[in-house]
Design a protein around this ligand. Structure first.
Ligand SMILES: *[C@@H]1O[C@H](CO)[C@@H](O)[C@H](O)[C@H]1NC(C)=O
Ligand SMILES: *[C@@H]1O[C@H](CO)[C@@H](O)[C@H](O)[C@H]1NC(C)=O
Ligand SMILES: *[C@@H]1O[C@H](CO)[C@@H](O)[C@H](O)[C@H]1NC(C)=O
Ligand SMILES: *[C@@H]1O[C@H](CO)[C@@H](O)[C@H](O)[C@H]1NC(C)=O
Ligand SMILES: *[C@@H]1O[C@H](CO)[C@@H](O)[C@H](O)[C@H]1NC(C)=O
Length: 259
């Protein structure tokens, strides 16, 4: 702990010095939607967002640049000098956490960033039927994406699922919620519901897990024997038909001759 703190200090000092120099060099300030420092903008999917970047205290015309993450945004002529507006339309879930930055072209260290906080409820629904043979493994996966982060649980036949060690396994990220069942038993048959709940709402998805009788082990030798019989039968069939093919062929030619 003490070590990482002592490392952090010399690291931060040059950064401060640089931004101080940048301010002195240009004497300029930017603002985005009237914020002179970085800020977070909370919104929801759908309605467009407009971001307006302005140069303050400039003594000459200043060109502005916009970035989405690391990528530069193409701006039209007339939307670059002293003031520049961009519109995000429509805002969607994938814009969550994305940073938009306005920079001074002449001195890119002069910048203001906006982080989008796109809030949306869990986005899962529907149902799925899975047929699984006894003793096989099965995995049920649902989309648990939401912002703010949701609480996820599994139900079996409308009751909270009791996890059995080394039989059930749960895996969760901010994007997916997954239940694996190892060596499925008859007693695992039933309806599993993935429930994802956030302050903005609740999403569920049903999985009908149908456990089927274990199929008998495949009798390999019998199959090979059967395959040999079938191919011999086909072979003799073709040989037998060869004669007929010949006859058919000869007949029409004779007819032509007769005509
Ligand atoms: C920039 O202008 C604002 C008023 O718009 C003023 O308060 C501020 O001191 C000025 N900053 C610099 C560096 O000149
Ligand atoms: C930008 O601002 C500067 C300084 O205020 C001014 O001289 C220049 O005419 C402005 N340019 C445009 C296109 O607004
Ligand atoms: C969000 O919008 C972008 C571009 O407008 C699009 O490529 C992407 O597929 C959209 N994502 C969703 C989840 O709708
Ligand atoms: C679970 O509950 C819902 C409504 O409460 C009901 O419609 C459904 O039949 C129940 N499912 C099972 C498997 O019990
Ligand atoms: C197995 O589960 C499915 C899905 O919930 C259900 O429809 C079916 O009746 C169950 N079968 C048995 C034998 O319990």
């Amino acid at each position: 702990m003490a070590q990482s703190r002592s490392l952090a200090v010399p690291c931060r000092a040059p950064v401060l010095a640089l931004s101080f120099l940048a301010c002195v060099a240009t004497g300029l300030e930017l603002s985005v939607n009237n914020h002179a420092a970085d800020f977070t903008l909370s919104t929801e999917p759908g309605p467009p967002i407009s971001l307006s970047c302005l140069v303050h205290n400039s003594s000459q015309a200043e060109e502005l640049l916009w970035y989405r993450g690391d990528g530069q945004v193409g701006l039209k002529e007339g939307n670059k000098v002293n003031i520049s507006n961009i519109c995000i339309s429509p805002v969607n879930e994938s814009d969550n956490g994305v940073t938009f930055t306005c920079r001074l072209a002449r001195d890119k260290s002069v910048q203001v960033s906006v982080i989008l906080d796109v809030q949306f409820p869990p986005q899962l629904s529907g149902e799925e039927t899975l047929h699984v043979e006894e003793e096989k493994d099965v995995t049920l996966t649902c989309n648990s994406k939401s912002n703010p982060q949701a609480q996820s649980t599994w139900l079996k036949d409308n009751q909270s699922l009791t996890l059995q060690q080394s039989h059930h396994e749960i895996y969760q990220t901010s994007e997916i919620f997954r239940l694996s069942i190892k060596k499925v038993q008859k007693s695992d048959n039933g309806t599993y519901t993935c429930v994802v709940e956030s302050p903005l709402g609740l999403g569920t998805r049903d999985f009908y897990l149908i456990v089927e009788e274990k199929k008998p082990v495949f009798p390999t030798e019998a199959v090979i024997a059967a395959a040999v019989v079938v191919s011999l039968t086909i072979l003799f069939g073709i040989v037998a038909r060869k004669d007929k093919l010949f006859k058919c062929f000869k007949k029409p030619s004779r007819e032509i001759a007769l005509n």
